[in-house]
Design a protein around this ligand. Structure first.
Ligand SMILES: Nc1ncnc2c1ncn2[C@@H]1O[C@H](COP(=O)(O)OP(=O)(O)OP(=O)(O)O)[C@@H](O)[C@H]1O
Ligand SMILES: [Mg+2]
Length: 608
């Protein structure tokens, strides 16, 4: 478990993420994320209608302003039936339009936010559910930081796009199309002139924009590297201090920060260039068009109102083109994010909770048949080879052997944390692969080698063995595990907070909480992996009594380094280099000349 701690500094995960090219396929892939909006499609449709209305009312402004200018300069609007529209009437039209615009915008935001909030909740929930049901090897192959950033930043990007990007995209496209139609209506000649000047500017802007995105990403990557340093060193702050490397780490961090600044400045050089280009190019284009328009007005081919309308629509078009350029990048990152999310959602899960599975009755006969195994992260290194043994229900066996021999691995395979590379494990005559995983695990209790507690209270941590446990049951279990003594000495008792991963408790206290958990779970099969390793001899004796009690009538597998704790077991398996090298009772093994067990025994006897 400590492994994941070192790996959790995954803030540089973004550097591993390829930007999505906008191809038809990536588009179709990315669109699959939309299935999460389906339950809210009514709201989505209302939002879209309101968005259309608000965009349309925005487009009416330049038109009205033009009419106002015409009315002021003596060319008032005359309706088909001959009535002349006054300035006041136009102003009234403005007032109505503004009111409507406000209303539409409010509604649009309200409905789209609802869709995005609910959708994002559903995506996060689906991701989390997926994560907790993924098999253990997944977590050994991926860094915790990379996994959490899926559920935070990637989902954040999706949220942005449902609440903002989509609406923005829709509006800009509408503005662009409507704008072009409007200017065509006002003056075809002038429109053609304008449309000739714009595309070159747009193409240049896109090239520029791409370069900036690349540079911005480099900056982000550099920043992520500085974060990795902060995280790693803060997590191992004790080590930093013990080796008096404060100055060294500060220097490392400073160097990394300098790199970030360098990258950021370079990226902003281009950004600055881009802005001035847009100002010069876009506004220059507008001025050019205005100049042409002025000559047309002078020649009597256009009115002042037409000119005003034309200029305003041109600005609208310019703004929407610029906006679309920016949106292009956003759409790209949205597609990337949604693809990464969908990739996780498509991962195969553990076969837990098979539908229609009946509650199990486990007796606890266990048989390992020629089990072979290598960890998926190191497939070439055989960790276990030809492990065969049998335990009758209610029996106790012990696994002993040198560190790294494979003892913990053997018991983890019973929990089906990993797939076997060969052989089979049979419980009550049935291959464990045929069980409903959740049901089978429900009957196995484990006190692991390294106890990791959750950050809450002692009560919550013990009740983890049985979520519905009453306080009475919890206290009872704590007493049996010899933990009640220290728990009751804390002023807050069961409500004492244990700190992140349980760091506010001593190793031995954590272990006894883990034992209390297992007692509460009341499993048919009990696994104790060095369960008393962090206890002093006095507590060990007490916990040992509790465990002897706990082991009654249960199949128990005990892993122990201190051989004195396993004298009474039915059978001892001596593991070395991933194989069973000896087996028998304590009496048998202790007296076999040159046996590994007899040797270990001798060594420990000399030590104590
Ligand atoms: N998650 C893992 N991924 C890859 N290799 C692993 C993993 N866990 C353990 N190993 C390797 O498998 C071998 C057996 O490890 P295991 O934890 O089963 O030993 P052990 O007998 O329990 O040792 P100890 O007495 O020190 O707890 C070791 O060589 C170890 O490096
Ligand atoms: Mg171990």
């Amino acid at each position: 478990m400590a492994r994941s701690g070192l790996n959790s500094s995954g803030t540089d995960v973004n550097s591993e993420l390829p930007k999505k090219k906008l191809t038809k396929q990536s588009f179709q892939q990315g669109l699959r994320i939309f299935r999460f909006t389906l339950p809210y499609r009514a709201k989505f449709s209302i939002g879209t209608v309101l968005l259309t209305l608000s965009s349309a009312s925005t487009m009416a402004f330049p038109w009205l302003i033009g009419k106002l200018a015409d009315a002021a300069s003596g060319h008032p609007l005359v309706l088909p039936n001959g009535t002349v529209v006054t300035i006041n009437q136009i102003a009234l039209g403005f007032a109505v339009l503004i009111l409507l615009q406000g209303l539409f915008s409010f509604g649009r935001i309200w409905f789209f936010t609802q869709v995005s909030e609910f959708t994002v909740r559903d995506i996060r929930q689906a991701l989390y559910q997926k994560f907790v049901s993924l098999p253990i090897p997944y977590f050994e192959k991926h860094r915790v930081g990379a996994i959490t950033s899926r559920i935070t930043s990637d989902v954040g990007i999706i949220q942005d796009s449902f609440s903002l990007t989509l609406a923005e995209l829709f509006r800009q496209v509408m503005t662009l199309l409507a704008g072009i139609v409007f200017i065509m209506v006002v003056s075809v000649k002038l429109s053609l002139f304008m449309l000739l000047t714009f595309p070159p500017i747009v193409v240049l802007a896109m090239v520029f924009g791409k370069k900036i995105r690349v540079l911005a990403k480099t900056t982000q990557d550099e920043l992520a590297k500085t974060n990795v340093i902060v995280e790693e060193t803060l997590q191992g702050i004790n080590t930093v201090k013990a080796f008096t490397n404060e100055q060294f780490e500060t220097g490392r961090y400073t160097a990394s920060l300098t790199n970030t600044v360098r990258a950021a400045l370079k990226s902003n050089l281009y950004r600055g260039g881009f802005v001035s280009f847009v100002i010069i190019g876009l506004f220059g284009g507008i001025v050019l068009v205005l100049w042409r328009a002025a000559t047309l007005v002078q020649a009597g081919q256009m009115t002042i109102g037409d000119l005003t309308q034309f200029a305003l629509y041109t600005m609208f078009i310019g703004a929407s083109v610029a906006g679309l350029g920016e949106l292009y990048g956003k759409v790209q990152s949205t597609l990337g994010a949604s693809e990464r999310i969908l990739e996780i959602l498509d991962e195969p899960t553990e076969p837990t909770h098979q539908p229609g599975a009946l509650p199990l009755q486990v007796h606890g006969n266990i048989e390992y048949r020629h089990v072979a195994f290598s960890y998926p992260t190191r497939p070439d290194l055989p960790v276990l080879q030809d492990i065969s043994f049998a335990i009758q229900a209610g029996e106790k066996i012990a696994l002993v052997g040198p560190s790294g021999a494979g003892k913990s691995t053997i018991v983890q395979l019973l929990m089906q944390f990993y797939e076997l590379s060969g052989g089979s494990i049979v419980v009550d005559g049935r291959d464990i692969g045929q069980y409903d995983l959740t049901e089978l695990r429900r009957h196995i209790g484990i006190v692991p080698q390294e106890t990791i507690l959750f950050g809450g209270s002692i009560r919550e941590n013990i009740a983890y063995g049985k979520i519905t446990a009453t306080d009475e049951e919890i206290v009872q279990a704590a007493r049996k595990a010899n933990a009640w003594q220290f728990i009751s000495s804390f002023p807050e008792g069961l409500d004492t907070l244990v700190g992140e991963r349980g760091i506010k408790l001593s190793g031995g206290q954590r272990q006894r909480i883990a034992i209390a958990r297992a007692i509460l779970k009341n499993p048919a099969i009990l696994i104790l992996d060095e369960a008393t390793s962090s206890l002093d001899s006095e507590s060990e004796k007490l916990v040992q009594q509790a465990m002897d009690e706990l082991m009654q009538n249960r199949t128990s597998i005990i892993i122990a380094h201190r051989l004195s704790t396993i004298r009474k077991v039915d059978k001892i398996l001596v593991i070395d280099g991933g194989r069973i090298v000896e087996q028998g009772t304590h009496e048998e093994l202790a007296h076999s000349e040159n046996g590994l067990y007899a040797n270990l025994l001798k060594l420990q006897f000399e030590l104590t």
